[in-house]
Design a protein around this ligand. Structure first.
Ligand SMILES: [Zn+2]
Length: 199
């Protein structure tokens, strides 16, 4: 059931500290579990409603960027690193080779001009809490000059290996989660994008 404002938890960071406000644990009535063969009690259900504070830490620029129509990546700029210049998408906070902190870079233009489908899978059944329209067209996306492959979703069009795709962003009502980023086949008119999404 949708929660009222009084039943939600909110958090701000003030002076470097998390300041929670509101309700983070809502108790719900439990139910007995009876053995229908014997009529005896077997246990109880344990409904819980908890709001979890998920800190993004060094990955925050990536999720903040999506709501602004930007695809942020990271790059190793360490002169002493054998793989200096490697660009990581998905965003990696640290270089896996030299373990130094990567530089945050904006790769939106690179994604718009060089993204293509590396591989894909179409699924008609999804797990719990799925919010994506079915069938879900999961795509692995490769970008020119990027050393990693990004997993995403094709929102419009049919997937095909090597097909050019373009990122779209949930800029109208960002959730600051990964479904704010999706892809469509190149040439999709703006009017066909999912609600709230823009190029
Ligand atoms: Zn490095």
């Amino acid at each position: 059931m949708p929660k009222s404002e009084n039943e939600k938890g909110f958090v701000d960071v003030v002076n470097g500290r998390y300041k929670p406000k509101g309700v983070f644990h809502i108790p719900k009535a439990n139910q007995p579990i009876f053995n229908k063969d014997t009529g005896k009690l077997a246990g109880i259900t344990n409904p819980r409603d908890m709001t979890y504070m998920h800190s993004y830490g060094g990955e925050a620029p990536f999720f903040e960027g999506l709501g602004k129509g930007k695809l942020m990546a990271s790059r190793c700029d360490n002169d002493k690193c054998a793989t200096k210049g490697s660009i990581y998408q998905p965003f990696r906070i640290y270089c896996p080779d030299c373990l130094r902190k990567n530089t945050v870079i904006d790769m939106t233009d690179k994604a718009k001009t060089t993204a293509k489908i590396h591989s894909y899978i179409i699924t008609h059944r999804s797990g719990a809490f799925n919010s994506l329209p079915k069938p879900i067209k999961f795509i692995n996306v490769e970008f020119e000059g990027v050393v990693t492959i990004l997993m995403s979703v094709l929102a419009v069009g049919e997937p095909e290996i090597d097909k050019k795709v373009v990122p779209i962003f949930n800029t109208k009502a960002p959730t600051y989660t990964i479904p704010d980023l999706r892809f469509v086949v190149e040439g999709t008119p703006e009017s066909e994008l999912p609600e709230g999404f823009t190029y």
